[in-house]
Design a protein around this ligand. Sequence first.
Ligand code: SF4
Length: 486
Amino acid sequence: MQYPSAASQYEDFLRAVFPPSNGETGAGALREDAGPRAAEPVPELEVQARWFAGEFGRDFVGRDGEAVEIVQFGHWNRSAGPDFTEAVVKIDGVVRRGAIEVDLTATDWEAHGHGANPDYDEVVLHVHCDGRQAAAPRFFTRTSRHQAVAQLPIDLAASDEPAGHWGHLPVARRGRCATPLREMGEAALESLMTAAAQYRLRRKARRHEVLAATHSDGQALLQGTAEALGYRHNKLTMAVLAQRLSLATLKRQAAPEREALLFGVAGFLDPERFENTADPEARHYLKSLWDHWWKHRAQHEPEAPHRRLPWRMAGTRPVNHPQRRVAALAALVNDWPAYARLVGARPTESPEGWTRDLTAYLGQLKHAYWSRHYTLKANPAPKPLALIGKDRIQDLLGNVLFPAAISSRPNLWAAYRLLPGSDMNESLKRAALRLFGPDSARIAAATRRYWQQQALLQIYRDFCLRDGSDCADCPFPEQLAQWREG
Ligand code: SF4
C-alpha cells in the first residue's frame, strides 16, 4: 500500500478502539495519540530537551487561561539560573523577552529556591509538568521582587514518545491476541503490520517536521543524527549536545574548531584526562583538541555543575563509547554539505539507490584518530574500527533519515520496506513473544525486515503498554476481527 494511506487506516483503527476523550480531536501533529503514560518521574533534562525541540508545541493556554505563544525558545543556559535565556514569548498578545524555566512540578520553583534567587527575576514563563493535574493545589510563581510569573502546565503524554519508565512491564509470555493473529491469514496480517509500520514512520516524520519548524531543517537533522548515534544509553545526552551546539554555531567554525567544541561541550576535555594520558598518539590528538578548545572554553563550557552533560559509560561496549559517538557526529558535521545533500537527494533511478548511497557514505567515514582508538586515552586498537558501525547506520536510516525524507518523497516507502531488521532488543523480543507466542520460525519471519519490527513495536506500545490486566481487558484480540472485515 502507498505511503501514508495505510498509516491513516491504522490511525482510524486506534481511534475506533480508543475514542478521544474530553473533546480532543487529535489534530496536533504530536497529539494525535497520547498513548500510554509514564508512571514514574521523568528526568528533568529530558523534559527540557523535548521542550526545546518544540515537541509540546509552541501555542498553549497558560495556567490562568492566557494565550501563550513561544516566539523564540531562546538558548540553553550553561550557568546557574533559568534553563533557557534570551527567549521571546507572547502572553495574551504582549511580547515578553526574558528567560524560561522548565521544572517537573510547579512547586519545584520554591523547592529549588528560585523564588528568593534574583538570578530568576528575568523569568517570563515557568513551564512545568502538572498538565494533567488540574485539581492540584494552586501554586503561584513569584520572583524575588514579588512579581508573578506566568505558568504553563504541559502534558508529558503529548510528546511523541512519552518519557520515563513505564509503570509496568508486560509479562514476557504469549498474549491473548496470539491465537486470533495466527488465525488471521497472511494477507490480513501483512496489511495490519504495514499499517502499523507506516503509522510509526509517520509519527517519526512529524516529530522531525516539528523540530524543523521550531529550529531549522538542518538542526532537525543534526539533533536526529546525534540522538541515533547516542543509542542506546546516551540518546538524550547526544540530543542535548546537538541543541547546545547548534548546527548554525558549528558551521561558523573551521573543522578543527568544531571537533574541539563538540568534545569540549561534551565535557571530555578536562585537564586531568590530558595529564593521565600516556599513549603518544592520544596525547597528540588531545593536545590538538585543546589548542582549539581553550579559545572557546569561556564561552561554551558549562559553568554550573548541574549543566554538565550526564554520560552513561557503564554497560557500553568499547566500540560504542560515547566519545566515539561524538567523534562520528564531528565527522558528519565536518562533511555536512555532502551528508545533507545525500539525505535531500531525490532518487532518480530507484528508491533503493537512495538507501544504498547513504549506507555507502556513512560506512566509509573515517577519522585519523578514531578509526584506530576506542577512547581519548586508549592505546591504538589492533584493527581499524568503523567510525559508524552497521547497526548505527541501520538505525540512522530507519529512525532519522527515512522519517526526514519520507514526507516529501513518499516513494521511499518501497526502499524502507527493504531495510533489513536490526538486532532484537528487549522490547522487540517481548513484543514478538506476546503477539506470536514461542514460535521461533514465525517470529523470525515476522521480524526479518525493519518495517516489521517497527510494526510490532507500535502495536506493543499501543496495546501492551496500555494494558494493566495481563491481556484480560485488552481490546486488541476482539478488534482484530474488525480489521479482517475492514
Ligand atoms: S496486551 Fe493486548 S496486544 Fe498485548 S499481548 Fe495482550 S492481548 Fe495482545
